[in-house]
Write a protein that binds this ligand. Structure first.
Ligand code: MF3
Ligand code: CO
Length: 303
């Protein structure tokens, strides 16, 4: 997931909302969900979405498959007593021994192969030998694998032992919101349709939708244009086209959607300490609709 400040670092000082407004008449201000039809009249498009050919999408599926396989393997290892560093070491071995490179490792200085974020931790939990899973925890795991130069990215939140009914519902709703976003990833729709689909599911359930971090385009780089917010207005934003590949990744909270970054400069938590869940898949927009890229074809449930 991308912090809104990502573009300011990468592209030298664009405010993220201005950047989007420059791209498209009537787009969504990422900070407050309003549209600004008037601000884009004189500015040039600065967004560079790299579309992929059918052959490139097929190549991306290998990275996607490996990132999904290692995520599934880790999910099966999320048991009481296991440390997140043990999960990380397993993941690095698994990815390398299957012909991949851990995509996250040293990305922007990030030291892990996976992100492991427990309970009120939203994203970017750095694996540690001091963090041991307990019954009743939930753990959001992100895995990324690069194969033949293509990045695959996905995430899932697992329950450790049995969790409270409320927490169980948080996981179900967050996953459902991801599938809703994926179904909206169709040529002819707009970016805002994805965010609207995600946030409608979450809000109907009474949950918060994290706004400070978003999904993203993905290809040879893990983070490409466009930002893919988990909220938006229907029929607004960049037009979705065949060949775009997006990582759709709702981060949904039991309480406030407001976030805080901890002292290690990575870990993002909810401001109120209530739990948060995170599900992510890489999806290609094709003539036949959305196609999962970070998936094990014979294992994932169909769209
Ligand atoms: N799945 C995350 C993302 O979508 C992983 C990024 S962790 C990082 O961006 F450290 F590599 F940035
Ligand atoms: Co991502």
């Amino acid at each position: 997931m991308l912090p809104a400040s990502f573009w300011m670092r990468q592209r030298g000082g664009y405010d993220v909302s201005l950047r989007i407004e420059r791209c498209q008449k009537r787009d969504v201000d990422l900070r407050n969900g309003t549209s600004h039809p008037s601000l884009c009249l004189t500015k040039k498009v600065v967004m560079a979405i790299i579309k992929k050919s059918p052959a490139e999408i097929e190549a991306m599926k290998e990275a996607g498959r490996l990132s999904a396989a290692v995520l599934r393997e880790i999910g099966a290892r999320c048991k009481p007593g296991v440390t997140t560093l043990e999960l990380d070491e397993f993941a690095e071995d698994y990815i390398r021994s299957h012909g991949g490179i851990p995509t996250f490792k040293w990305y922007g200085g990030y030291p892990g192969t996976i992100c492991a974020s427990i309970n009120e931790q939203i994203v970017h939990g750095i694996p540690s030998s001091n963090v041991k899973l307990k019954p009743g925890d939930i753990i959001s795991i992100d895995t990324g694998a690069t194969v033949d130069g293509w990045a695959g990215d996905n995430a899932w939140t697992y329950a450790v032992g049995s969790v409270s009914p409320d927490v169980k519902r948080l996981l179900e709703v967050t996953e459902k919101s991801m599938w809703a976003g994926i179904s909206a990833a169709r040529a002819g729709n707009r970016l805002g349709d994805i965010g609207h689909a995600v946030s409608s599911v979450a809000r109907k359930a009474g949950f918060g939708v994290v706004r400070d971090y978003t999904g993203h385009g993905i290809g040879r780089d893990m983070h490409e244009d466009p930002l893919v917010p988990n909220y938006g207005l229907k029929h607004t934003g960049v037009k979705l086209e065949v060949g775009m590949v997006l990582a759709i990744e709702p981060m949904i909270t039991m309480g406030t959607h407001k976030t805080r970054i901890m002292n290690d400069g990575w870990l993002v938590v909810t401001q109120d300490g209530k739990p948060s869940a995170h599900f992510e898949k890489t999806v290609a927009i094709t003539q036949d609709g959305p196609v999962l890229v970070s998936t094990e074809p014979d294992r994932d449930r169909p769209l």
